[in-house]
Design a binder for this molecule. Sequence first.
Ligand code: HEM
Length: 181
Amino acid sequence: MKGIVFTEFLELVEDKFGLEVVDKIIQQSNLSSQGAYTAIGTYDFSEMLSLLTHLSEHTKISIDDLLLTYGEHFFAILANSYPSLINTYTDPIELLSSIENHIHVEVQKIYPKAELPTFEITEKSNSKLVMIYKSSRAMYSFGLGLMRKTFEHFNTKAHINFEKLTPTGTEVKFSIVVTNE
Ligand code: HEM
């Protein structure tokens, strides 16, 4: 997992819960990196899981809710860092249906060691998108946060439902319907 995912995560934790909580979860997590991340480095996903688990224990907020908030926050980071990738699109459905064959393809070129999910599109129209998320990291709530912010970015409203196809969420079906409000 890329360092930017860790550095932005720890900054958000500091903003929301304070530096003591950052220090506490780093200590509890027994990290090989010792919590010293650089944005361009690459670290084990297990470190993120450990940080999330301890943050969830400390705050009593579920890992899914933590990842949802983090995904919402991360959209702005991506939009600021890669405006040209986002600005190619004028429509949220077009953007989301292009993660797999455009956006993440470019990300993989910039960061060859990035560990990305796959999205398989099973239904698509102007106002509807159904896609299957697959990743051993089961970060579907992070994806949900990114999707919500994608619609906000284009001033569009949508209902986003999801259904886990595996118990841990390594495969999740997202059904997105644009609403006319
Ligand atoms: C300009 C747009 C985007 C860029 C530059 C981008 C880039 C990235 C990067 C750098 C990572 C971390 C990879 C790693 O740590 O190894 C990531 C992960 C991820 N991205 Fe994107 N992304 C974009 C848009 C989106 C959108 C709109 C979604 C919405 C579903 C999405 C879903 C995910 C998910 C769920 C992960 C977590 C990894 C996993 O589940 O396996 N991305 N992306």
